[in-house]
Write a protein that binds this ligand. Structure first.
Ligand code: NIG
Ligand code: FE
Length: 414
């Protein structure tokens, strides 16, 4: 019997389905589910057929795409970005070249704080247009689901402005967006000696953020000169009481114990983790907290010590990868580039990398049921790559390998 589809991808060289039971950890991260010589049928925005070419010769469609010698995968998931911000910080490049450390730039009122100033001065409309441009670029690079954090307002008005921009993106942009409230991203100059008072003010926003459904997660930057583990614990515990999921910028620069804290609080993810201790890693494995690793940030900060991905995988942690796209420590929308850095610096295998940017990344933002896998009945978020196999993407670096992006069954880039 013939079946009518909207789009059929035929003769697929290699189709990564990632069709596993939820996220991967330990040895399973080294395993990948794929079909060679596959066919994929899409109808009404959903995947309606996945299988071998010979099983289904009779699919009809208005649009048939020949994917011979091509790789087809689920749309990539980027579980950590700061994609709504004013201005840009190319002037910091000279400081970086002189070796001025990231936290010193911040201490002098630059870094995050200079983006805060710019974001406060940018209108909601302009911010929306600016982030639309970035999300368009992310889509063109193969990312179909992303998380976005606030944190460049550091006062009620601008934090709300940022969160409303993200909400508008959720409503209007083709990208699926998950929102995180990161009001506790830095201490604003107005509260330099009163960090606790500042955190109180951010806690004061929880009710409204919840009521207006402006964010699903609350995040904090636990770092030397920013917020201590004690302050973070208190803040996140309150966020939990309001029903938010928890995320943490943990042990990015100094090993303060953020990893342990994330596991103890049952955070959905702990991110960065360059300085995580053995104990912290073990605790994360036990709690199921996802490690969101951001090797592009380590690279761009000019550091030589990277997060210990191998140790994390060996201990059974669910490891994921993200761009950390932001105007300071990682100005890139390109998750393909992060895959290469993960291969070279984190020593992750291609199989581990693909699991990290699909199923595991989806799990890190509560989207396990929707994104990161190609299965019957799922939303058709699919990327066709100009690559003969999955190992090719992290290997051939610095270019965009995307041939076609299909989002919810709609062809966006071709
Ligand atoms: O994840 N570490 C804190 N926040 C961002 C950087 C933000 C910025 O520099 O603007 C990060 O690296
Ligand atoms: Fe970040």
């Amino acid at each position: 019997m013939t079946e009518q589809m909207d789009i059929v991808l035929m003769n697929i060289g290699q189709l990564l389905t990632m069709d596993s039971q939820g996220p991967k950890k330990g040895k399973a991260m080294g395993e990948l589910e794929f079909i060679e010589g596959a066919v994929l049928g899409i109808k009404d925005g959903e995947i309606r057929f996945v299988g071998k070419q010979e099983e289904k010769k009779d699919l009809l469609a208005a649009k048939i795409i020949d994917c011979e010698r091509k790789l087809v995968t689920p749309g990539l998931v980027d579980p950590h970005t700061h994609a709504v911000f004013g201005g840009s910080r190319e002037h910091e490049m000279a400081l970086k070249q002189q070796g001025v450390p990231y936290l010193d730039i911040l201490k002098q009122g630059g870094g995050i704080l200079s983006t805060v100033e710019a974001t406060r001065e940018t209108s909601e409309m302009e911010l929306f247009e600016k982030s639309t441009f970035y999300l368009d670029r992310m889509l063109s690079l193969g990312t179909t689901t992303a998380e976005i954090k606030s944190g460049y307002g550091l006062n009620e008005d601008t934090e709300l402005k940022q969160l409303r921009v993200t909400k508008k993106l959720q409503q209007k942009h083709a990208m699926d967006v998950v929102s995180t409230f990161l009001g506790a991203h830095a201490i604003p100059p107005s509260h330099r000696d009163k960090p606790d008072e500042f955190l109180q003010e951010m806690v004061g926003m929880f009710q409204q953020v919840k009521e207006e459904q402006l964010a699903d997660y609350v995040d904090i930057f636990t770092e030397t000169g920013v917020f201590t583990v004690e302050q973070s614990k208190e803040y996140l515990s309150k966020a939990k009481e309001y029903g938010f999921g928890l995320k943490i910028h943990a042990d990015e620069i100094d090993p303060l114990g953020g990893t342990e804290m994330a596991a103890e609080l049952g955070a959905v993810s702990a991110d960065h983790l360059v300085g995580s201790t053995d104990k912290g890693i073990k605790k994360m494995a036990q709690s199921g907290t996802v490690a969101v690793l951001l090797p592009g940030t380590t690279f761009y900060l000019g550091k030589h010590t990277y997060a210990r991905a191998r140790k994390m995988i060996d201990e059974g942690v669910i490891v994921s990868l993200a761009t950390d796209f932001n105007p300071g420590s990682s100005p890139t929308e390109n998750l393909q580039l992060i895959m290469t850095i993960a291969a070279l610096q984190l020593k992750m295998s291609p199989e581990e990398i693909w699991n990290a940017v699909t199923v595991n990344a989806a799990h890190a933002i509560g989207k396990s049921e929707e994104a990161g896998q190609i299965m019957m009945g799922r939303k058709a978020d699919v990327v066709i790559w100009d690559a003969p196999n999955y190992k090719y993407i992290p290997y051939h670096y610095g270019v965009n390998h995307v041939n076609t992006v299909i989002k919810k069954g709609r062809i966006l880039y071709q």
